[in-house]
Design a protein around this ligand. Structure first.
Ligand code: C2E
Ligand code: CA
Ligand code: CA
Ligand code: CA
Length: 279
């Protein structure tokens, strides 16, 4: 049991109603999270496959609640989406990430690029363009350094609204990337309907690449197709030297994963930069 203010909830052995309790407890806590300074933006390196050079970083949000502890984004992002809070969380993440990009420039790492995760809901509710333009205005970053990673959404695929919003975002200078390619939601329909610059191959294909010929053949085919479509390729979830070697051999452009570095806070990332990269 965990003490939560005046009430006590049992966290282990939860049944449906306890799941609901946790859900509504998280939803309430989420409303306070930004104001109470409980959220942070971490950065994970992305490296060139050819040279290993660090070229970009993905912003990943972290929520540390004083009583509930660390809550993974996979748990609270859907809650934020369903309760209308995703726009304000994204605003926070974009601003903070833009600020860090500016700071890296000042420190001499002006070549570094940034990737942001975009929820399909922000595209629909109109907050995406507003948050991005305000972020540009307040921080002065160069939008050409920023890439938006977009996943799933049966909502999006045939939507004219989504298309015109992504066109607008591209005309502001941002690049767009299809995230988790090959999973249920991020598929060929998206490639056809939107002008992506980059394709991120889902971790599930990378996991088995060293022992499974099918995974390797699929990744090879995705890379070949990306070349034809003029898309850059990124592999996510690279954990071993063996996976690195295979992906390099297959001609993947960029690699990301624990082998290169875990998501880190700003200070750790600055140290990481000092240790690994050339200014
Ligand atoms: P994603 O965009 O596919 O992000 C990659 C996830 O894989 C991250 O988990 C990252 O920490 C993890 N990861 C990276 N390299 C490795 C590896 O080598 N091995 C393993 N096992 N995992 C690796 P995280 O940070 O927990 O985020 C999970 C998901 O939550 C993200 O998946 C993304 O969909 C969502 N998310 C995270 N931050 C944000 C955000 O700021 N906004 C939105 N809308 N969604 C976010
Ligand atoms: Ca992502
Ligand atoms: Ca991904
Ligand atoms: Ca993924």
């Amino acid at each position: 049991a965990v003490e939560l203010g005046a009430n006590t909830f049992v966290i282990s052995g939860m049944g449906d109603s306890d799941d609901q309790n946790r859900g509504s407890r998280l939803e309430m806590a989420l409303k306070e999270a930004l104001g109470n300074d409980e959220m942070e933006v971490f950065l994970q390196p992305k490296c060139l496959a050819g040279t290993g050079e660090l070229v970009s970083m993905e912003a990943l949000v972290r929520w540390n609640h004083p009583e509930l502890g660390h809550i993974p984004p996979q748990e609270f992002i859907p809650i934020a989406e369903n309760s209308g809070m995703i726009g304000s969380i994204s605003r926070f993440v974009y601003f903070r990430a833009f600020e860090m990009l500016m700071e890296f420039s000042r420190l001499g790492y002006s070549h570094l690029r940034l990737a942001l995760n975009v929820s399909p809901l922000e595209i629909h509710d109109g907050t995406l363009v507003k948050n991005l333009t305000n972020g540009l205005l307040f921080t002065g970053i160069d939008p050409r350094k920023v890439e938006l990673e977009i996943t799933e959404g049966s909502l999006l695929i045939n939507s004219q609204t989504a298309r015109s919003i992504l066109d607008e975002v591209k005309s502001l200078g941002f690049q767009i990337s299809i995230d988790d390619f090959g999973t249920g939601y991020s598929t060929f329909g998206y490639l056809k309907n939107f002008q992506f610059d980059t394709l991120k191959i889902d971790k599930s294909f990378i996991d088995q690449i060293q022992m499974d010929n099918n995974s390797r053949a699929i990744v090879q085919a995705i890379i070949a197709m990306s070349r034809t479509l003029n898309l850059q390729t990124v592999a996510e979830g690279v954990e071993t030297q063996e996976q690195y070697d295979i992906l390099k051999e297959l001609g993947c452009d960029q690699l990301q994963g624990y082998f290169f570095g875990r998501p880190m806070n700003f200070d750790d990332f600055v140290n990481y930069l000092g240790d690994t990269s050339v200014k």
